[in-house]
Design a binder for this molecule. Structure first.
Ligand code: NAP
Length: 489
């Protein structure tokens, strides 16, 4: 590929796609197109606009490392500020000029050494290299609750918030108590005339401060050294490592500290013993993604807020009927019921070399060698793809490490040393075998809960080792695990 400028297509203009655009430009690639299905950048932060939307990763740790943001107003970044941050970065680095909006990729086929892409609009394009940066949690999961279509009020998924629906003084039911449902309850307590939180499984809740940064602090943070000293970026990474260690080893100090903090939060924050027992989880902390909340326990004890733990029998014209026969009359029902975490680029149809089909490779569950590459899908690399680290830390940081690795695969293509690069079948199988084995040792597997971390077989689908192991794997490709073909040979 040395004698011509490779054409590179990036799929998705969320956090990871923007990162790819910036890094590709910085490395001197000039033939880049970013295709985005929507009419704006932002991915998760464009699609989620629910009241209370916040990232539970501390603001200053939720940025690109090369583009810190002194202007965060709070310790935890509010969703609209995150969206504004990505829009600002996109403009600053000229990435907006690379993006084609309203173009949803439907298919990609590897033919004669190139990827041929088809879009919903009918557009076709070709590329030497494809970077899939399509995100993880973007296909809303709608529960199958009987009678949902009969409801006469407003009903919508948390990621499709209907801002035309009034909330103040209304009777609102929120189904689901993952990070999303908890944030919505905190935001609507005191606004709704009656707010009901439908909980199927109690969650462990980690207390967290969410104060404001003063104007003086924000001014001081313009000096990168002051910001680095205040935010202790290295120490934070050590804390992320301890968190991942806690998932792998529940005897670790980190695991004990987290369990103690969550338990103390419940014991000290909730007064009514009956409510406390309803809020007490029956699984181990960290089995589900930990919820960080500064105010959920306060919100759920608000006089106009109720926790409903009776099962949902169905939805009727006027509200939700619970298993005890009671009809809960409601004006609005919010489905904070999560996402299909196993879709990734799908429903895109992708066919690689030797007629390899993505659907066949992913028949059991999505898989990729080191979360980046798949055998027989040459020059097709993923950011935040399957089996990568996910949890209570910044996926921006994860994507940056992955980019560091992918950049080396691209450099080899560019050097002319190879025209087609993808991992070998053996590398993929060995990785997947070791990964599944390690996954069964994590608290996600034996912690006694169900969560979106699990695949259809009930095996955790994510990176089952520590953060530091991930960082070290992303240092450099082990070329023995790659098949590098040259078209002339
Ligand atoms: P989620 O964690 O998958 O939670 C879905 C909730 O819906 C669970 O409480 C689940 O109950 C409930 N549910 C699903 N189907 C149901 C049914 N038929 N009846 C009753 N309840 C039902 O989804 P999420 O809260 O949207 O969060 C998804 C992920 O998005 C998070 O884990 C996180 O990675 C990310 N997120 C991050 C932030 C952040 O601050 N960084 C904020 C929001 C979201 P069960 O527990 O019983 O299954």
């Amino acid at each position: 590929m040395a004698d011509k400028e490779p054409r590179i297509i990036v799929l998705g203009a969320g956090m990871a796609g923007i990162l790819a655009g910036i890094k590709l430009q910085a490395s001197g690639y000039t033939d880049i197109a970013i295709y985005e299905k929507a009419d704006r950048i932002g991915g998760t932060w464009r699609e989620n606009t629910y009241p209370g939307l916040t990232c539970d990763v501390p603001s200053h740790h939720y940025t690109y490392t090369f583009e810190r943001n002194p202007d965060w107003t709070r310790h935890l970044p509010p969703g609209p500020e995150i969206q504004a941050y990505f829009e600002g970065v996109t403009e600053k680095y000229g990435i907006d000029k690379l993006i084609r909006f309203n173009e949803e990729a439907e298919s990609a086929r590897f033919l004669n050494g190139r990827w041929h892409l088809g879009f919903k609009s009918g557009l076709q394009d070709q590329a030497d290299i494809v970077i899939a940066a399509t995100g993880v949690l973007h296909h809303p999961s709608h529960p199958s609750i009987a009678g949902m279509e009969r409801f006469e009020g407003a009903l919508f998924h948390s990621a499709r918030w209907d801002h035309g629906v009034p909330l103040d003084g209304q009777r609102i039911g929120v189904i689901g108590n993952g990070s999303t449902g908890v944030q919505i309850i905190s935001a609507l307590a005191g606004r709704a005339d009656r707010l009901e939180h439908y909980q199927r499984t109690a969650q462990w809740i980690m207390p967290v401060e969410n104060g404001h940064f003063s104007e003086e602090e924000r001014a001081a943070f313009r000096d990168p050294q002051v910001l680095a000293a205040a935010m202790k970026f290295e120490e934070y990474n050590a804390a992320v490592d301890a968190y991942t260690q806690a998932i792998v080893d529940e005897q670790s100090e980190g695991a004990r500290n987290i369990a103690e903090a969550c338990l103390a939060n419940l014991e000290n924050s909730v007064q009514d013993p009956e409510l406390k027992e309803k809020l007490r989880p029956d699984h181990k902390p960290l089995c589900k993604r930990l919820i960080f909340s500064p105010d959920y326990y306060q919100a759920i004890q608000h006089p106009k807020v109720a926790l409903v733990t009776e099962g949902i029998a169905g939805i009727e014209e006027r509200g939700i009927r619970t298993d005890d026969g009671q009809l809960h009359e409601l004006d609005v029902i919010v489905l904070a019921t999560g996402f299909h975490a196993d879709y990734f680029m799908r429903p895109m149809h992708i066919r690689g070399r030797n007629d390899a089909e993505l659907e066949t490779l992913w028949a059991d569950h999505p898989k990729a060698y080191l979360a980046v590459s798949m055998p027989d899908f040459p020059n097709f690399f993923m950011l935040n793809g399957p089996n990568g680290p996910v949890g209570n830390f910044s996926l921006i940081d994860i994507a940056e490490h992955q980019w560091h690795y992918i950049d080396q695969l691209l450099a080899r293509l560019r050097s002319g040393d190879a025209d087609e690069i993808c991992c070998t079948h053996e590398a993929m199988e060995n990785f997947e075998r070791a990964r599944a084995e390690a996954a069964k040792k994590t608290v996600w597997y034996h912690g006694g809960c169900h969560s979106w971390y699990l695949d259809k077989q009930g095996i955790p689908a994510s990176w089952p080792w520590t953060y530091s192991r991930f960082v070290s794997e992303m240092e450099a490709p082990d070329w023995e695990h790659y098949q590098c073909l040259s078209q002339v040979s």
